[in-house]
Design a protein around this ligand. Structure first.
Ligand code: SAH
Length: 502
């Protein structure tokens, strides 16, 4: 599989700068070994007026099958016959594997880093990209819809099945040429478009790709994906391919459904934040007090590796990053849009390498157990449980306390008793439209106590915000700490009863 990248030059900006931008010398043909075979970079054309770099990936079908099996998370996924694992279009068609090779071989260029010509990396240049065999699944119309909004002029030529037998008709591959005039795109942007859109046009569902794929998508999509009219198609196609191996089909469908329902989520979060700061009229908004209480509890638990479950737009992740005690931070949310906004807030793509190593964001639902949540010191669920249906709480309980089992778990949720103190909240109403329930202090303590007992944790309760003598604080926080094996303490809240499903 093959693609070429060409640029034209001018007297002050020779086309051969492409070699600097790609960090690959135009005079040499260089092989790079990648997980799926050998990638070669060479320049079929080099002059000051015009320069073309070619990336050729020689796929090793055996390595491909081994990788798919060996590293596969979860089930095998592909319904293909065994032979199809070896005999397929992978070696020829520009697929997700070419995208992987692109990012491996041109990683600095993709990040927009150019040591030899730093000023050039940020400058747009005229570009032509040619992909001789593109599996255009979704048809020519989709190819246009994907590339044209990004500034590319798209030229597509169908590839016939066999020139000797024209009556066989066209194959499902097209010859793609993308052109962009000077002044529109940088090389880094162009490479990031290809990195995301080649796999979108390929629907090979049977390759394992690493679980941090959401991070990669968000990074590569920074600056263009959020505003793309086909964002939904792009994200769902890009991610569904990965899910196929890591989730059972039903779980994947559920995530796709939730991801599709995203728009409302983020509006609701926005509203929630506004609501809180509007209604409160206090010097410090409740959301800030909550973050401070969480940070203090994490610090006193000595947690270094922290999960923010239902991280929303990433405010807590951002605060955690500022404190070097937190060495590894993962934000998880079911909402792709929330994650996109979080990634923008954190400036994930512009972060130095060291910072970037400390943080990741990924999509997941707390209604399912998830291996990626294991191995952390602490998990935070800040204003999340009330967004799940009461019937889903046992699943969340198992995912967090039964499977992930961090030593410390912090759960915050509104105290419904306090609602009478909000001036603008009519009596009998929850604080925000997406809350499925809001609990009294007794109800929260009863739930938390039972969860702690079932899973071998102790639990303490911390008020957040003004602790009203009559109705308690606006936010209630439970701090769960895993019992030491030898610890036989009996929890005093064992007797608390009566969780009321709202
Ligand atoms: N923790 C943030 C956001 C709270 S809003 C804060 O304290 O400000 C609730 C968040 O939970 C939303 O971002 C929503 O997308 C997420 N959420 C809802 N149901 C979820 C589920 N089943 N799994 C993971 N996240 C979920």
């Amino acid at each position: 599989m093959f693609l070429t990248i060409s640029t034209s030059g001018s007297p002050d900006r020779p086309a051969t700068d492409l070699g600097f931008l790609l960090h690959k010398h135009p005079d040499k043909a260089q092989p790079f070994s990648t997980s799926y075979g050998t990638a070669h970079v060479f320049y079929p054309e080099v002059s000051e007026a015009r320069c073309t770099a070619a990336l050729l990936l020689e796929v090793d079908p055996v390595a491909l099958v081994r990788r798919g099996k060996g590293k596969g998370k979860g089930r095998g996924g592909a319904p293909d016959a065994a032979l199809a694992q070896y005999v397929n279009d992978r070696p020829y068609a520009a697929s997700s594997l070419l995208a992987v090779a692109l990012s491996a071989v041109f990683s600095s260029a993709m990040r927009g880093v150019c040591n030899a010509r730093p000023e050039r990396a940020g400058q747009p240049l005229p570009l032509r990209i040619e992909v001789p065999a593109l599996p255009a699944r979704g048809g020519a119309a989709l190819v246009r819809k994907l590339f044209e909004p990004l500034g590319w002029t798209v030229t597509l030529t169908p590839v016939v099945l066999d020139e000797r037998f024209p009556e066989w008709g066209e194959s499902r591959y097209v010859h793609l040429v993308l052109d962009v005039p000077d002044g529109k795109l940088t090389l880094s942007q162009a490479l990031r478009h290809l990195y995301v859109l080649l796999p979108v046009l390929d629907d090979a569902k049977h390759y394992w790709v690493s679980p941090d794929e959401v991070d990669k998508l968000l990074r590569a999509g920074e600056g263009w994906l959020a505003g793309h009219p086909e964002q939904k198609v792009i994200t769902s196609r890009y991610l569904s391919r990965r899910w196929s191996l890591t989730r059972e089909a039903t779980e994947r469908l559920e995530l796709v459904r939730l991801a599709d329902a995203d728009d409302t989520d983020v509006e609701e979060i926005d509203n929630a934040v506004d609501e809180e700061s509007d209604t409160e009229e206090k010097p410090v908004p409740l959301a800030v007090l909550r973050r401070e209480a969480i940070l203090a509890a994490l610090a006193s638990a000595g947690a270094g590796r922290v999960l923010d479950l239902g991280c929303g737009q990433g405010q807590l992740v951002q605060a955690l990053l500022k404190d070097t005690r937190f060495t590894e931070i993962a934000g998880v949310d079911v909402s792709m849009r929330a994650l996109t906004i979080a990634s923008r807030r954190l400036k994930l793509d512009r972060m130095g390498e060291r910072q970037a190593e400390r943080v990741k964001l990924f999509q997941g639902s707390l209604a399912y157990t998830d291996k990626r949540l294991k191995g952390y010191d602490a998990a935070v669920l800040s204003e999340v449980i009330e967004h799940l249906d009461v019937e889903q709480l046992p699943a969340l309980e198992y995912a967090v306390f039964g499977s992930a089992r961090p030593r410390t778990v912090l759960v915050t949720t509104p105290n419904v008793e306090y609602n009478v103190r909000w001036e603008t909240l009519p009596a009998g109403h929850v604080r925000h439209g997406d809350h499925r329930f809001e609990w009294t202090r007794a109800e929260f303590r009863a739930w938390a106590g039972e969860v702690a007992e079932r899973h071998g944790y102790g639990v303490e309760f911390v008020p957040v915000g003004d602790d009203d003598p009559e109705v308690g604080p606006p936010t209630q926080m439970a701090v769960f700490t895993q019992n030491d094996k030898s610890d036989t303490r009996v929890q005093d809240h064992k007797t608390a009863k009566g969780v009321r499903a709202a």
